[in-house]
Every structure is written in C-alpha cells, then in structure tokens.
Design a protein around this ligand. Structure first.
Ligand SMILES: Cc1cc2nc3c(=O)[nH]c(=O)nc-3n(C[C@H](O)[C@H](O)[C@H](O)COP(=O)(O)OP(=O)(O)OC[C@H]3O[C@@H](n4cnc5c(N)ncnc54)[C@H](O)[C@@H]3O)c2cc1C
Ligand SMILES: *[C@@H]1O[C@H](CO)[C@@H](O)[C@H](O)[C@H]1NC(C)=O
Ligand SMILES: *[C@@H]1O[C@H](CO)[C@@H](O)[C@H](O)[C@H]1NC(C)=O
Ligand SMILES: *[C@@H]1O[C@H](CO)[C@@H](O)[C@H](O)[C@H]1NC(C)=O
Ligand SMILES: *[C@@H]1O[C@H](CO)[C@@H](O)[C@H](O)[C@H]1NC(C)=O
Ligand SMILES: *[C@@H]1O[C@H](CO)[C@@H](O)[C@H](O)[C@H]1NC(C)=O
Ligand SMILES: *[C@@H]1O[C@H](CO)[C@@H](O)[C@H](O)[C@H]1NC(C)=O
Ligand SMILES: *[C@@H]1O[C@H](CO)[C@@H](O)[C@H](O)[C@H]1NC(C)=O
Ligand SMILES: CC(=O)N[C@H]1CO[C@H](CO)[C@@H](O)[C@@H]1O
Length: 500
C-alpha cells in the first residue's frame, strides 16, 4: 500500500510519505473506530476529487469521524507524525483547501456532522459544519427562522461560517459569522473545547474569520432571525456600449449611498459583450421589504440607466425567494454533486474612497478589449455590495471578529472558467490584469483588500490582503493554540515552524 501511495503522489510528497508510517496511521484510526479511505481503497479517488478541477490532490488519507472524540483521535493520529491535518465540510473551497491544498495531508471529512437543533426559547440554532446551505435554509424555515448566508445550496457550513460569508441579506443581518455565539472545536493538542464571548474570547475572536487555522469546528451555535414575510428576487439584463457600462457602475456607487434600506441586497455582473464595443450586464439581488415597495426602492437606480432588455421579477415569501435566488436546489439530497475548473480572485474596495471615473472607464475598456478577445474561458466580474447606506456588515467594529474588512463598499469577484480541465494559462494573466487595471487607476494609498472565501493562492501579499490589520494578532493566537502547525495549508495563519 505504501507503494501505491508513492505512485499516486508527486516526488515532493514522496519524501513526506517516506517519513510517515502509514501502518501506524491506519492503526491509530482503527483503534479509535474512525472510518478512513487510503489511496488503495475503493472510493478514495472519488473522495479526493476537488471541486475545482484545476487541482489534483492526493491526501495521505480521508477520515470520516462521527463525533468530536473521533475528530480528536484523527488529529492526534496526524499530529504525532507531523502530518498536516485539514478539515473538509462542503468541499467547495476554490483552491481545494478542504483537501489540504497540497499533496500529503490527512483530511478530516465532516460530512457526518449534519445535525441541526433549534432551541425555541432562545432561538439559538446549533448547526454542524457538514450541513449544506440549502438544507439549513429549509430546516430553519420550518421553524420560521433564518441566518444570513450565500447563494449556492451545496456549499458547506464549515468553510462558509469559518471565513465569512455574504449573501443578499448581509446588509440587513451581517455575515454568517456575525451570528455565531459559540462554537465547539477540536484543537491541535486534541482538546475538545467550546469558545464564546465568555469562554476563551480571544480564540472565539479568531475562529470568526480564520477558524481552520486553529481547529476543526464540530458545531456552531447561531443567533437566528425571524424570517421576513415578503421577498423579491430581481434580475435585469442589458447589452450596452462600453461608455454606458461605465454609467452602470458610477451610478451604482451614488445610489447605494443615497439612503437605500438594509433590506436591499445587490450585485452587478459584467460579462463579455456579444459584439466588440459592448458589454453584457446583469443586475440581480433580493429585497425583503413589502412587495409593493420594491419598485419604488430600485427606481432611482434604474432611472439612471437605459431600459433593460430583460426583466425577471420573482416575488414570494422568504423561502420561495431564497429558492429563486439560490444556485441549485435547496434540498441538496436531490441534487447531483457539482464542480468547475476555474481561477477566481477578489478585490474589496474601500468605502471611503469610491472607484474613480478613470478607474471605472479603464476597467470597462479592458473588459471590452482583452475581455472580448478572451474566448478560451467564460468570465465574469461580479460587483457584490457589502457596504452602502445602513449596511449591517460595516456597523460591526473591525476588531470585534477576525474578519478584517468592515469598511469596504464592494467585493469585486473575478471569475474565469474553462468548465473542464485543463485551465488555460492565459486565464490567469487575464484576471490578474483586471485587478491591476483597477488598482493602477486608483489612489496610491488605496486600502483595498481580498476576501478569504474567494481565495487566490497565487498572491504575494496575501497576509495583508486577506487578514489586514489582524494578521499579527492571529499569528500570536496561532503560536498559542497550534505551535507545531498541525493545521497548515495555503493561506493559513503562519506559525513558527512551517511544515513543507
Ligand atoms: C458555487 C459557489 C457559490 C458560492 N457562493 C458564495 C456566496 O454567495 N457568498 C460567499 O460568501 N461565498 C460563496 N462561495 C464561497 C464559499 O463560501 C467557500 O467556498 C466556502 O469556504 C466553502 O465551504 P465548504 O465547507 O463547502 O468548503 P471546504 O472546501 O470543505 O472548506 C473550505 C475551507 O474551510 C475549512 N473548513 C471546512 N470545514 C471546517 C470546519 N469544520 N472547521 C474549520 N475549518 C473548516 C477547510 O479546511 C477549507 O480551508 C461560493 C462558492 C461556490 C463554489
Ligand atoms: C499532487 O501530486 C500529483 C501527482 O504527482 C500532481 O499531479 C499534482 O499536481 C500534485 N498536486 C499539488 C497541489 O501539488
Ligand atoms: C446527531 O444527532 C443524533 C441524534 O441525537 C446523534 O445520535 C448523533 O451522534 C449526532 N451526530 C453528530 C455527528 O453529532
Ligand atoms: C430532502 O428531501 C428528502 C427526501 O424527500 C427528505 O427526507 C429530507 O428531509 C429533505 N431535507 C430537508 C432539509 O428538507
Ligand atoms: C490544549 O490546549 C488548551 C488551550 O491552550 C489547554 O487548555 C489544554 O489544557 C491543552 N490540553 C492538553 C491535553 O494539553
Ligand atoms: C450594443 O450597445 C448599444 C448601445 O448601448 C445597443 O443599442 C446595441 O443594441 C448593442 N448591440 C448589441 C448587438 O447588443
Ligand atoms: C443580448 O444580445 C444577444 C444577441 O447577441 C441576445 O441573445 C440577448 O437576448 C440580448 N440580451 C438582452 C438582455 O437584450
Ligand atoms: C463534474 O461535473 C460534470 C457535470 O455534472 C460531470 O460530468 C463530471 O464527471 C464531474 N467531474 C468530476 C471530476 O467530478
Ligand atoms: C452516520 C453517517 O452519516 N455515516 C456516514 C459517514 O460518512 C460516510 C462517508 O461519507 C458514509 O458512508 C456514512 O454513511
């Protein structure tokens, strides 16, 4: 079996494997009754598939613990041999960090952790990380409750809550991690602990923005909100000239600061034009006020634009609206697994320094020229609204959680896909040039950032972009709770003794 592992893993991983006693790893896991797949087991290759086909990764083993004690056993089994340990919940990491992001990690798959309970007297929900967003929305809705989260039904709560996350209700209710009131996690030294504002508040701070660097979360406890009665999901599409496209973004910046209600969530998507000189644009979002008041709310922005070529409005109650805006079916048991082959990155723009007209024009012009020429990937630039008038994301003081970006207006997600491997080389340069065009046309001291749940493992200054002013504080926490770097993966908080 050793020989098989050698065949599957690359040469750098080989030295790592040689140093590890696979037989001992098997024995420790078996002694703790932890089911695990090794490279020569049936089902291993499928279990080791990354969501992003750009990554081919061979873990040392994939373990499936069924309770916190088994998570603890698994961590010990890896740590005692200096094997990197990582957790995977929904497996949707853009850079395959749920598989360790590199060859040779011990993966702790949390899919068996899928319980949800709601305390009807406190309205606190205890939710395990292996549950998926669509199922969570359904289960909470059955009790008239909800938490904020993103738009893809099959994303797992584990990674989603560890690093963000954002959805159309986030301007009203905040990020997913803003609702965490406590969490149980297993530390690198095998201890199972519960953190909250009262119990180990510094670690509680750290897990809300960087959980995987400190432990494996076995449940999160969330404050929930009552579901709103009415919702509107809206989609408007246009084909417009590059000059008009600039107006869409410059007008949006004015509109979102004009007193819009927190109940409005928005994103503006820029896409390759159907002819040179044009771009395609989609505005979509959700509004959770009365159906009647929606038109009046969106009108000032639409009035600044040419009439849309296509308008799709879906109105309903909370869960009907969530179903309409969600990618995938809410009940994920009825859905086949999804995947993609892509490169993505993000640029969070400072709220106090809007994009200049020059930067916006340069962006649109680049998307028209280089973007129009680029046909080996399908790309989009998605401008997601984090700030603006009355945003709950930005009323949280920046130092209250480890999430570093409480003063940003837009999260611009750049995404290019070839759908299947191989991902073409020029697809990297194309996306990198988009951020360069924006940044080089902005003030020299422009405090932009990047969003860790759209991770890009090809950045030089990632510590600052993802963790901002919190990086040193997170490193101090890392040294305290994971001194030998058991939880080590690309973009993790770095400790003293990096593993290769
Ligand atoms: C189609 C799609 C749509 C998306 N839409 C949105 C969106 O609308 N809004 C948004 O904000 N984001 C969105 N995302 C990004 C998404 O939030 C992240 O990819 C998220 O990290 C995925 O979590 P996961 O558990 O599925 O992934 P995994 O790959 O399992 O985990 C991601 C990271 O979290 C860590 N992790 C997982 N479980 C645990 C745990 N139990 N304890 C500690 N660490 C853990 C992993 O080690 C890894 O580093 C989207 C992603 C996709 C693919
Ligand atoms: C892991 O090893 C395989 C096989 O050698 C290789 O193709 C792949 O690129 C490696 N993955 C990483 C992330 O280095
Ligand atoms: C989920 O809940 C059931 C019923 O209470 C329990 O038997 C099971 O151990 C729980 N699973 C986990 C992973 O906590
Ligand atoms: C999803 O559908 C299955 C099969 O009908 C059902 O058993 C399950 O309870 C549903 N899940 C949710 C979260 O509603
Ligand atoms: C593990 O670390 C925690 C936090 O520092 C500490 O409270 C606990 O005693 C440690 N446990 C072991 C077994 O060393
Ligand atoms: C290109 O944009 C112009 C101006 O906005 C628009 O009138 C025209 O219909 C667009 N062309 C196509 C082919 O979509
Ligand atoms: C944009 O133009 C294409 C044809 O090039 C057409 O199929 C599509 O419907 C147009 N979209 C809108 C919103 O007008
Ligand atoms: C990705 O999804 C497609 C479409 O469902 C499927 O045909 C393909 O086999 C999947 N690829 C992997 C590597 O899982
Ligand atoms: C109890 C339970 O849900 N067990 C599952 C744990 O995970 C493995 C691998 O996904 C499944 O095969 C088990 O059914």
């Amino acid at each position: 079996m050793m020989w098989r592992a050698v065949l599957i893993l690359s040469l750098p991983a080989l030295s790592l494997i040689m140093a590890h006693d696979i037989g001992r790893l098997r024995k420790t896991l078996a002694a703790g009754n932890v089911y695990a797949l090794f490279p020569d087991d049936n089902g291993y290759s499928q279990a080791a598939q990354a969501y992003n086909g750009r990554f081919i990764i061979g873990p040392i083993a994939i373990a499936y613990p069924k309770n916190a004690e088994q998570v603890s056993t698994t961590i010990v089994a890896g740590a005692e041999q200096n094997i990197r340990v990582v957790s995977r919940s929904g497996g949707h990491s853009y850079i395959a960090n749920g598989l360790g992001g590199k060859n040779g990690s011990l993966v702790v798959d949390m899919s068996n952790f899928s319980n949800l309970t709601l305390d009807s007297s406190t309205n606190l929900a205890t939710i395990q990380p292996g549950l998926r967003l669509g199922d969570i929305a359904l289960m909470l809705n059955d009790r008239g409750r909800a938490i904020p989260h993103g738009h893809c039904s099959t994303v797992g709560l584990g990674g989603h809550a560890a690093y963000g996350s954002w959805g159309f209700v986030s301007r009203q209710w905040g990020l997913t991690l803003d609702h965490i009131v406590s969490a149980q996690l297993v530390l690198a030294n095998r201890t199972i602990t519960t953190v909250s504002e009262d119990n180990n508040p510094e670690l509680f701070w750290g897990i809300r923005g960087s959980a995987s660097s400190f432990g494996i979360v076995t449940y999160y406890e969330f404050s929930t909100v009552a579901v709103p009665e009415e919702g509107t999901y809206f989609v408007y599409d246009w084909n417009v000239s590059v000059a008009e496209a600039s107006t869409f973004l410059t007008s949006l910046q004015g509109y979102v600061q004009s007193g819009i209600p927190s109940t409005l969530g928005i994103e503006l998507r820029l896409l390759r034009g159907n002819i040179a000189g044009n771009l395609s644009i989609t505005l979509d979002g959700a509004y959770f006020g009365s159906h009647d008041s929606f038109t009046k709310t969106i009108k000032p922005y639409l009035d600044a634009l040419v009439p849309p070529g296509l308008t799709t409005i879906t109105q309903g109650n909370w869960i009907e609206t969530v179903a309409a805006l969600t990618y995938g079916t809410l009940n994920t048991s009825t859905q086949a697994p999804i995947n993609d082959t892509f490169y993505a990155k993000s640029l969070l723009t400072p709220e106090d320094s809007p994009l200049s007209k020059v930067a916006v024009d340069a962006l649109m012009s680049y998307l028209d020229t280089a973007g129009f020429r680029t046909t080996d990937v399908f790309w989009f630039v998605e401008i997601e609204l984090y700030g603006g008038s009355n945003s709950a994301i930005n009323t949280v003081p920046v130092d209250q959680t480890a999430f570093a970006h409480r003063n940003k207006l837009f999260n611009i997600q750049l995404y290019a896909t070839s759908v299947v491997p191989p991902y073409p080389k020029d697809g990297f340069a194309f996306l990198n040039s988009i951020t360069d065009v924006i940044i080089s046309n902005s003030p020299r001291e422009w405090h932009y950032g990047a969003y860790i749940n759209y991770p890009d493992n090809r950045l030089d200054d990632w510590q600052d972009l993802y963790y901002g002013s919190h990086y040193a504080r997170l490193q101090a926490l890392k040294k305290k709770f994971d001194p030998s770097n058991v939880f080590s993966f690309p973009l993790a908080i770095e400790g003293d003794t990096p593993l290769n």
